[in-house]
Ligand binder design. Sequence first.
Ligand code: ADP
Ligand code: GLC
Length: 508
Amino acid sequence: MSSTVLLVAGEAYPLVKTGGLADAVTGLVQALEQAGVQVRLLVPAYRGVLEKVRVDTTWPLPDLPQGPARLVAGRCRTTGMSCLLLDHPALFDRPGCYVDENGQDYADNASRFAALAHAAAEVARGLPGLERPTIVHAHDWHAGLVPLLIKAAELPSVKTVLTIHNLAFQGVFDLACIDQLGLPESARHAEGLYAWDRLNFLQAGILHADRVTTVSHTYAREILTPEFGCGLEGALRYRGEALVALPNGIDDELWNPATNVHLQPNGFSASNLGNKARWKEHIQRAFGLTVDPGALLVVSCCRLTEQKMTDLTVEALPRALAEHPRLQFALLGKGDRRFEEAFTRIAAEHPGRCGVRIGYDEPTAHRLQAGADMLWHPSRFEPFGLTPLYSMRYGTLPIVTAVGGLADSIKDPGSHAGEAAMMRANGLFLEHHDVDGVVAVLARALQLRSREAVWRAMRRNAMNGAYGWNQRVTSYLDLFETLSGDGVLRDPSGTRSRTQVPPSAASA
Ligand code: ADP
Ligand code: GLC
């Protein structure tokens, strides 16, 4: 009998995406499938998602505490990924996933994502004709109640894993909500769902999962400290050896500049960069910048939030543009209204030098990365940081802060390093997190770019790095096998290496 892994998440590319969570979840599903694992992905059927799936089977879920729903099994029409959708129109047929058109959280988010967890528990208990999972893998707070519900269902053959992609989002709600969630009595105390007189979905997941993982080694250490733990450092420390770091990979087929569909017919590669210059010109035109092959084109593509230091970027950009006449800046982003307005204003004040597009647009994200010289991507905290790895694949050197996954993946020996050391770098660190620091790192970038051999070496290091899921999935396979005990995972070729489960965060 073969066993199955059920992943439960709030989003998964290309069905629905608001950020890196969607990419990471789908990347893992595909990598597990390629490794021969039977895997199912459960996400809510938000508006428009059902149409992206070729439906095979449906099951009624008449007894969900949040009202009757349907479970729909099918395959993503574009990628073939096998998925389960929780179809509950009253909860999910809305314009946004988590927030409304004004950026406000939906008032019933507690009920919406409790329903997702109940649906996962139903699958774990068993539905006719649907294979029962041996591992249920919950992602972020949206699936935080899954481990608690599965434990309460007393299913000893089902083990749970919670992966933290971002500890800053915890799913915190008023205590009064608990009556609508259909939870067992065990949820009503501090070892359950209560934290500081509120409900906390992520804490519930941390306390009840058989293993808790997070997406980079440095972040796994950081979240045990008050500075990065967002109040949950105590709960994480309490889990001790159950907390492990399993770094993400990237989809290096999708983010391949030679073959990506949005770059055709002008793809490029590390050994043939010719078309990258074309994309630079394209971006300069598309963003209203002066067409100048010699300008240093720095781009940004991210959620406009304080996590991504957007406040500092907005403050520093006018001075950086004034002090560095060869600098151009193009931004694609969406988020906090005050930042959207500030960027629009800066672009209007710097015609030809700064171009801004407020919105979310996947094809433009690829083209921006393809055309840029550098990616501007500083973060106050960064659990993993997919975007700088994407930029490196596209020969665009990232400027980041040395936190979380960025500290693990970006190599910069520092501003005092000589040329020989810089030949081994693949990006730059923003060393001082203030306006002077921004101006200084851009000065450094301009200087490095003028040393052709160093720049070429850095770009080669970036493009040739191995960031794909096939390198990273083994740690997940080992963890799942350890948890499930007996050969849950099929490995027909028998070639997959069996490494140890990665060291716990505490000892990493
Ligand atoms: P986070 O998950 O914290 O937002 P990541 O860098 O891990 O950060 O992932 C962000 C993902 O969202 C990347 O795939 C990036 O290309 C994408 N993205 C962010 N903002 C936009 C946007 N405005 N348009 C298109 N894609 C975007
Ligand atoms: C989160 C994090 C980001 C990470 C992504 C995928 O949204 O903010 O750092 O890359 O999840 O794990």
